[in-house]
Design a binder for this molecule. Structure first.
Ligand SMILES: Nc1ncnc2c1ncn2[C@@H]1O[C@H](COP(=O)(O)OP(=O)(O)OP(=O)(O)O)[C@@H](O)[C@H]1O
Ligand SMILES: [Mg+2]
Length: 347
């Protein structure tokens, strides 16, 4: 049995202007010990998906359909007490803004000890010992436990948060842009630390990021989301060798660090669709260089294109041609011009 199985999950936000479907019919599974990278442009539903797994959606967010089966139980159906137990002990989330959630009037040590005790039977002394251990593992001196948040740098605070998240050896770590607010060197060190710990405690991980080059280094598998849907999923190795989906091909172009030196940086013109509106056909159609009549009408479903590699595009057999054209600037320039012709700004 997989550790986590998400089946046909759909999530809506109710807003003043109407209902927005942020996650639409998403399915995937995660094995024990597996690390999965979740990528896609801003607003494609990554955080919404992550929050739903902890049942942390804001008041206007609703799971409309589907299941989130974790260790055999459906998280969607759990009551308050079931959810409380699940958080931290079973599933821990590290988010970008987490460091701001430290309480300024208590030392980080006291907060860490309290967190450990709230979710385990540990005595104060045991919890303190565990806090010292995890601080050392994450690269902070134990004496830092006596610091107040304002006495620490951003990198230290984020490390403290990560120490908290990992203190109870959770089975699943969800890291949502855990280091975006930090400088690149600190980012790199912390990311390596997180994966080291994740491998050490044999937990699974969902790693959310804009930066697909990070996924290529840290994760075993990858899911590419676009406008609330999964466009492609595969083992990382396979994906970076042969991405299939036109959107993935475009994303790959936009990340120079995974291209060979000398290759050009090309961005995908246009923007994702407005999720307040009903979606007809493929969600990527407005920006896809290869769209056809069929893409305007029929929404492609996620289908296996080779062993363990899934994609939602009507044309898997045209992958060779798509890949070749996707590396050319004029292919995307043509999309930009088409967007302008259609009344958009083509940016
Ligand atoms: N509380 C909310 N109320 C209404 N709409 C929301 C709310 N939170 C998110 N959304 C919308 O839901 C969609 C998905 O947002 P989400 O934050 O999950 O995206 P994301 O992929 O995490 O983006 P980013 O990369 O910018 O963090 C977006 O269109 C967003 O505007
Ligand atoms: Mg997000």
């Amino acid at each position: 049995m997989s550790l986590l199985e998400v089946n046909n999950l759909s999530i809506d936000y109710i807003t003043g202007e109407g209902t927005l479907r942020a996650v639409d019919d998403v399915s995937f599974s995660l094995e024990q010990g597996e690390s999965l990278g979740l990528v896609g442009e801003s607003g494609c539903g990554k955080t919404t998906l992550a929050k739903s797994m902890m049942r942390l959606l804001p008041d206007n967010g609703f799971i409309k359909a589907g299941e989130i089966i974790f260790k055999g139980d459906d998280i969607v159906k759990k009551d308050k007490e079931g959810i409380r137990k699940l958080r931290l002990r079973d599933i821990a989330m590290i988010s970008q803004s987490a460091m701001n959630s430290l309480n300024p009037v208590h030392t980080v040590g006291d907060q860490l000890v309290e967190g450990i005790r709230a979710h385990s039977n540990a005595t104060k002394a045991e919890a303190r010992k565990r806090a010292e251990e995890v601080f050392e593992i994450i690269g902070l001196e134990a004496k830092r436990l006596n610091s107040y948040p304002h006495q620490m740098s951003g990198g230290m605070k984020q490390r403290a948060i990560i120490a908290m998240a990992l203190s109870l050896n959770p089975s699943l770590i969800i890291a949502d842009e855990p280091t975006t607010a930090l400088d690149v060197v600190v980012q790199d060190k912390i990311l390596k630390k997180i994966t080291e710990i994740q491998e050490h405690i044999k937990s699974s991980m969902i790693f959310i990021t804009h930066d697909i080059s990070v996924v290529s280094e840290l994760c075993e598998s990858i899911i590419v989301m676009y406008a609330g849907r999964v466009m492609e999923k595969a083992k990382t190795e396979v994906f970076f060798k042969t991405p299939f989906h036109p959107y993935s091909l475009g994303l790959k172009n936009a990340f120079p660090s995974i291209l060979d030196i000398g290759e050009e940086l090309i961005s995908i013109p246009g923007a994702p669709p407005n999720l307040m509106e009903e979606q007809v056909g493929c969600r990527f159609k407005a920006r896809c260089p290869y769209r056809t009549e069929r893409c305007q009408k029929d929404e492609p479903q996620l289908k296996q294109v080779e062993e363990g590699h899934f994609m939602a595009c009507h044309y898997p057999e045209r992958i060779g041609e798509f890949t070749e054209k996707a590396s050319k600037r004029e292919t995307w320039e043509a999309v930009r011009e088409r967007l302008i012709d259609e009344g958009g700004d083509g940016i």
